[in-house]
Write a protein that binds this ligand. Sequence first.
Ligand code: GDP
Length: 323
Amino acid sequence: MTTAFLTGVTGQDGTLLARRLLAEGVTVHGLARHEDDVASSHGQRPAEVVVHVADLRDTDALARIVADVAPDEIYNLAGISSVAYSWEQPVLTGEITGVGAVGLYEAAWRAQEAGGRPVRVVQASSAEIFGLPDRSPQDESTAIRPVSPYGAAKAYAHLMASVYRSRGLHVSTCVLYNHESPLRPTSFVTRKITAAAAKIAVDGEGVLALGNLDARRDWGWADDYVDAMVRAARHDAADDFVIATGRTHSVAEFAAAAFARAGIDDWEPHVRVDPRFVRPVDASEIVGDASKAARELGWRPTVEFEEVVGRMVDHDLALLRTS
Ligand code: GDP
């Protein structure tokens, strides 16, 4: 029987990964930062998950939990999840997203040494480690040159994964590009748009304020990205894998598709650009080449852009109609 330990279990990816592993019969333990997070995610998180509460910065507590749980697989999904927030809290971001990951590798390595059996770790890395890339699409050999506290913290965790790999720990990184679902909070542009399009369609009026409409992102379906992480954990050799669809769309195209799905063909009168949401540093296009993951993990994205948007809008319409 496999036991998995997930950090960030209350977030989008943690929730989806917990569901996926439980469906396979895996025993799932999760780490949450606060009791409050546990309570607020209650409706989404499967009840079978054994939740432990600790701060990733508390390396001793983390090591104790990992030793007690004795997991076969560890997925590090925890961290500050937004680039914008990382500018407000750069030190905290470094501690949790950067150093916290290293605490987890160390706990895994010690548990492996003490237990005499392998522990496999997957680090949820991020396209943000590439910063403003001079190459499109990016792959595993693209220069790591972050431009935000979030990207720099993820870059440190990414590089330390390879250090622990040399030390004998099976730790893989999945360099995840934007991946969405109805579990995304509205701090992300995708859910912000789908929630607003649904509300405007139901109310018959309203305006949505956005930032840069021309930014292009590689948006995939979050369940596919969770699947990639499971494949990476179970692959013979630990390695770095870019996980992306390889296709980009602009924020404007996302808005057009979302409003159309909600029944509004003329979206432009419902959107205005507000400088408050325009970022000081923002890559114009982020797109990944996942051919290594395809080749070595047999991974492929299964949900097209229109369908990603459609599922999110349908979910938001259903929420409004039942409330
Ligand atoms: P990120 O790529 O992980 O930062 O994901 P986001 O969903 O937060 O942002 C994706 C892109 O949408 C970025 O290029 C943002 O600059 C752009 N964007 C445009 N308007 C907005 C907005 O109102 N909110 C957010 N979060 N992003 C916006």
